[in-house]
Every structure is written in structure tokens, then in C-alpha cells.
Design a protein around this ligand. Structure first.
Ligand code: GDP
Ligand code: MG
Length: 447
């Protein structure tokens, strides 16, 4: 997500950084390039202009132009203002009011409503809720069946009886109360466009079910049109917030960046894949960081916590903090990363490092290619001392390790190189701080 945008912005900032002192003209040039990049990513033009106007005022202040690191300041300002555009503070998805709490899912056809209903239900179930899914999309043949399939997959009950969507929705809430559900999520019919018919139906369902949330599912791939849809829907039905779907695709994603600025309503979640687990709470600050190529370590860590061995992860993190990252930790990391599935996606969340994205991809490829077992064998053939301090692994030790693990010395060398790369990455993640037990250059090279 946002790959192209991030690369473009990275280029602009890199150029700025190479300058030293900043003149107003250079700031304006950079802002012009950022504007083009944002527009090409489909961010709504009024949102872009408003954002950059705020950045410009601050970037041209004396405080910035006179500082020793003006370019860094501009990046920081951009980060802060982008966060504001994305909604500022994270707004958690809360369910107050009477039980069962009703959530109405709306949006155009194909925007990902049905999938989002199941994802949201699973998410809420994970927080201890007892959801009921109600299928009120009777327009699209198969929509209810799709919901039932998702319900079976997630172990969440699905209810859909009757022929009139409005009455069905109302009865669905009753069924929820009767069966002891504390959340009822209603999937509704979409149209090809946001039209009056669709909005009238959504409004009627809203009036009879009294939802705490009317959530609009928005496809990130819709581009600028999504903003138009959101605005109309907001006016006619009112929305409490959004789920931006399909952010995993090669969507330019601008819709996601524009929604809140245009409607004043938060993005609650983003959908990042077709699977029911692919839903992430939306954090404006993390998203801003991700877009600006500063990584999203927190989301990465949360994702890791959901999947990996907690103790192993904690131990590795502890090692990291201590600045002792050994081959044993590397092995643990490789194993845990393997469990996380698509490593490449995760790597994109990590902050940039001297080798750039290429280096991360190499590391990811090393794991993805099924070389994990070989890496394991090699590391297990080392003595504890060697694992702690690979610097002592001389030529003869390499041969012994290679023989012991049934590989060639070239394989051992490759593994040590991967390890070095990972260690460098860790070092960068820690902000280049000097840490005990690690030989560091006096100054880290600028990336
Ligand atoms: P609806 O017509 O609004 O109910 O949309 P659906 O929930 O049926 O989704 C339409 C298509 O988009 C389906 O093929 C889904 O699998 C897919 N989809 C939904 N959400 C996501 C997402 O976050 N990522 C990806 N890659 N696909 C999604
Ligand atoms: Mg549907």
C-alpha cells in the first residue's frame, strides 16, 4: 500500500536533505513535488492543498529555516500535519448504548461490505463480544450465502429470514437480543453508485434498527470517486466512520487519506486482504509514518504479538534493546517471521535502512525460499560462542560448520551475510544509537 507515493516522497525528502540550508524557493519546489505525488495517489485536491498550506507556513518559519537540520524539520512537520489530515488522534471503535449494539454496514457494490461485516464480527469476537451477522442484502444473489460462508469460517452465527430488507434488519436485531448476542452487524445491499434508492433503504434500515454505528465500507481503489460517494452518503444517511478496504492492493490509496478530512468522520479500520483476519485498526500517526516511509513498527509489533510465540518475541526484543543481537536471536527471528506469513509485507512496515528496500527484500527472499531449515542447520552446527560472536568464525571454523550441517562454506558465508544485514537493520531501527557490545562507525552514513 502507498508504495509509489512513499517512494516519491522519499525522493523529495532525500533531495531536500542533501541541501543543508533551505531557501524558501527550495521548500516551495519540494512542496510542489509533494503535491503532484499526493494528487497522483488520488488524494482529493482540496485535502492536498489544505495540508500543504499548513506545512508551508510552518516550514517557512524562521525556527525551521535557521535550524541546523531544516530538511529533517520539514519531514517532521509533514508527518505531524499528515497525521492531522488523517484524523489526528486514534479513535477507537466503541460500542455504547443499548444491547445488542447495532452496526449498519453500507457502501456501494463491491466495496467490501460483506467481507468487512465478517472481519468486524471476528475482531469484536476477539474482544470478548458475541456478535450476530444479519444478511439484509437481498438484491445480490448469493450475498447471504457469502455471509453464511464467512460465518462458518469465523464461527459466528448468521441470520437472514424474510424478503423485505428493512423488516429483515429489524427482526435481525430482535433475533440478536433473543439469542443473547450483544452486537448485531447488518450487511446491506449496495448499488453500482450511491443513488437515492440505496440511500433511502439505508436510511429506513437505520431508522428501524437505531444503530450505534453506520459504517461505510470504501474501496481504496475507487480513487477520487470514493470521496464523492462518502460526502453524499454522509449528507443523506450520516456515517459514524469508515472502513477502507483493499488497501493491500496496488491501489493508490488516496481515498483513505481524504475521507476524514472531507467528512470529519474517522476511519476506524482498514482492510488489508481477502482473509477474515485482514483487518487493522486505523491509527493516523502510524499511517502517516508508513506513508512517509518511516515505518510502522507498532503495527508490526502488534501483528507479531497476535501470531508469534510471545516469550520468544519478548526475549528477542530484550536482546535488541540490550544491543546484543546474536545468531541465536537471528534464528528465533527467522522462525517467528516465517510464521507471520508474507514477510515482504511486514518488511515494508519497517523503517528504511541504508540498503533501502532492496536489502529488506533480499532478507525476505532468504526466508521465503525455504532456506530456513538450512539456516537452522548451520546455526545449530555452531558452538554457543560462535553464535554469540560470529566475528570469531574463521575460515577453518566455517569449513567445520559447513561439514557439520551438510552445506558448503559459501552457504555459511551467505548466512553470516544475511545475519549481518539483519543486525544492521536492527541497529537502524534503534535510531543508530551506540550500544554496548556492538562495533559502530562513529557516524552512521546518511541514507
Ligand atoms: P460487497 O459487494 O460490498 O459486499 O463486497 P464484498 O465483501 O463481496 O467484496 C468484494 C470483493 O472484494 C470480494 O472478492 C472480496 O474478497 C474482496 N475484498 C474485500 N475486502 C478486501 C480487502 O481488504 N482486500 C482485498 N484484497 N480484497 C478484499
Ligand atoms: Mg455484499
Amino acid at each position: 500500500m502507498f508504495d509509489t507515493l512513499t517512494d516519491r516522497l522519499d525522493g523529495v525528502f532525500r533531495k531536500l536533505r542533501s541541501r543543508g540550508k533551505l531557501h524558501p524557493k527550495q521548500v516551495d519546489n519540494a512542496l510542489g513535488e509533494i503535491r503532484t505525488a499526493l494528487l497522483e495517489a488520488d488524494v482529493a485536491v482540496e485535502v492536498v492543498d489544505d495540508l500543504l498550506a499548513r506545512v508551508r507556513v510552518r516550514a517557512l518559519s524562521e525556527e525551521v529555516t535557521k535550524s541546523i537540520t531544516p530538511a529533517q524539520q520539514v519531514v517532521k512537520i509533514m508527518d505531524e500535519e499528515l497525521r492531522v489530515t488523517l484524523g489526528g488522534e486514534h479513535r477507537p471503535f466503541t460500542l455504547g448504548g443499548p444491547t445488542p449494539a447495532v452496526i449498519l454496514m453500507a457502501g456501494v457494490q463491491g466495496s467490501g461490505k460483506t467481507t468487512a461485516c465478517a472481519k468486524l464480527a471476528l475482531h469484536l469476537k476477539g474482544t470478548g463480544r458475541r456478535p450476530l451477522l444479519v444478511g439484509a442484502d437481498l438484491d445480490r444473489p448469493g450475498a447471504v450465502e457469502q455471509l453464511r460462508t464467512l460465518g462458518r469460517e469465523t464461527g459466528i452465527p448468521v441470520w437472514s429470514e424474510g424478503r423485505d430488507p428493512v423488516r429483515l434488519a429489524k427482526n435481525g436485531v430482535k433475533e440478536g437480543a433473543r439469542s443473547g448476542a450483544d452486537v448485531v452487524i447488518i450487511d446491506t445491499a449496495g448499488r453500482l453508485h450511491v443513488d437515492l434508492d440505496m440511500m433511502r433503504q439505508a436510511r429506513r434500515i437505520r431508522d428501524v434498527t437505531k444503530p450505534v454505528h453506520v459504517v461505510m465500507a470504501c474501496d481504496a481503489m475507487t480513487g477520487q470517486d470514493a470521496v464523492v460517494q462518502a460526502r453524499e452518503f454522509m449528507r443523506e444517511v450520516d456515517t459514524t466512520g469508515f472502513i477502507i478496504t483493499k488497501l493491500d492492493g496496488d491501489a493508490r490509496g488516496g481515498a483513505a487519506l481524504s475521507m476524514t478530512a472531507v467528512t470529519g468522520r474517522p476511519v476506524f479500520f482498514v482492510g488489508t486482504g481477502e482473509k477474515v483476519g485482514d483487518l487493522e485498526p486505523f491509527y493516523p500517526d502510524r499511517m502517516a509514518g508508513r506513508i512517509l516511509g518511516m515505518g510502522d513498527v507498532l503495527t508490526l509489533i502488534e501483528k507479531a504479538q497476535g501470531t508469534v510465540d510471545q516469550e520468544a518475541a519478548a526475549a528477542a526484543a530484550e536482546q535488541l534493546l540490550q544491543g546484543r543481537f546474536t545468531l541465536e536471536d537471528f534464528l528465533v527471528q527467522l522462525r517467528e517471521m516465517k510464521k507471520l506469513g508474507s514477510l515482504q509485507d511486514l518488511m515494508k512496515m519497517l523503517p528504511g535502512m541504508p540498503g533501502g528496500r532492496g536489502a529488506m527484500k533480499d532478507l525476505a527472499a532468504a526466508v521465503d525460499d525455504g532456506q530456513l531449515r538450512q539456516a537452522e542447520a548451520i546455526i545449530l552446527s555452531m558452538t554457543p560462542g560462535e553464535r554469540r560472536d560470529p566475528a570469531i568464525i574463521s575460515g577453518s571454523r566455517r569449513l567445520r560448520i559447513a561439514n557439520g550441517s551438510g552445506v558448503t562454506t559459501a552457504d555459511v558465508n551467505a548466512l553470516l551475510k544475511d545475519f549481518e544485514g539483519a543486525r544492521k537493520m536492527m541497529r537502524t531501527m534503534m535510531g543508530g544509537k551506540r550500544v554496548p557490545g556492538m562495533k559502530m562507525p562513529a557516524r552512521l552514513p546518511e541514507r
